[in-house]
Design a protein around this ligand. Sequence first.
Ligand code: SD4
Length: 316
Amino acid sequence: MKRRDFFKRSIFGLSIPSFIFGNSKVSRNKNKPVIITTWNYPKANEIALGLLDNHGNAIDAVEAGCRIVEADEENIYVGIGSLPDENGKVTLDSSVMDSRGNCGSVAFLQNIIHPVSVARKVMDDTKHVMLVGDGAKKFALSKGFKHKNLLTKKSSKAWREWLKNKRNMSPHDTHDTISMLAQDHNGDLAGACTTGGWAYKMHGRVGDSPIIGAGLYVDNEIGSAAATGLGEEVIKISGSFLVVELMRQGYSPTEACEKALSRVIKGHNGNPDFQIGFIAMRKDGEVGSACLKWSFDYLVSKNMNTKLYKVKGLIN
Ligand code: SD4
């Protein structure tokens, strides 16, 4: 769809996305449910899709999808088995946001296997949006989550190897944060992301994933977006919020991701040496993605089929 088709002009000259109008070409998504997920986590999409197919809602679906990856001990980027910080501590970040604009997040959470579900509890059971560190952990324990050692043999071994020369790492070296956006049969949107963050980071470091507007944003009228990559740079541009606002202005999901990244490129004299990837979903079910460098994989589930896509970096 062309950008110009996406708008109708109101009598006041304001641009209004056309799906707000009942008779629009983009009015309704007939391919619901839809899911887009960073990287290649087919099991996460399968679980989320199963839930949506049974008329589950989008927020339950993204939580369930993310939990699968958090529980996978072999995965060194998310949940149990995540690569630790420089002190050998596994510290996790996660956030969720639903169709009513409710959100919850946890950051610097230790010894709890499912940060995405703790984030969900923060959203559902507290007046707050974000809990961090010890407070987040105490809250999780009070809600029945169990204390668990998240440093596996595999991640401990990798950390001890790293200690030998303390090579500078970037999130791109140890990527694969899962961010998932979904639309359910009702057309409602929700999103979640969960990560172990930057491997061997400073103790106490928090990335973009638990920061609403940076790692994740959902606006049920317009669309949703989420990020992966160097969290510090995503935070600086309020990345996911920016992508959603660009869709509000009429850019397609892919264009919105590209346009947000063009700010990063400009801010780094045309040549950033790190990775950011965005995924986006518009209210009509159209999805898109873009990344700064190299390439980036993402999974899309539509019409009950799941397909892996690869997008090339804007600069290489
Ligand atoms: C972070 N954005 O903590 C996360 C890392 C990431 O794929 O996405 N890795 O900065």
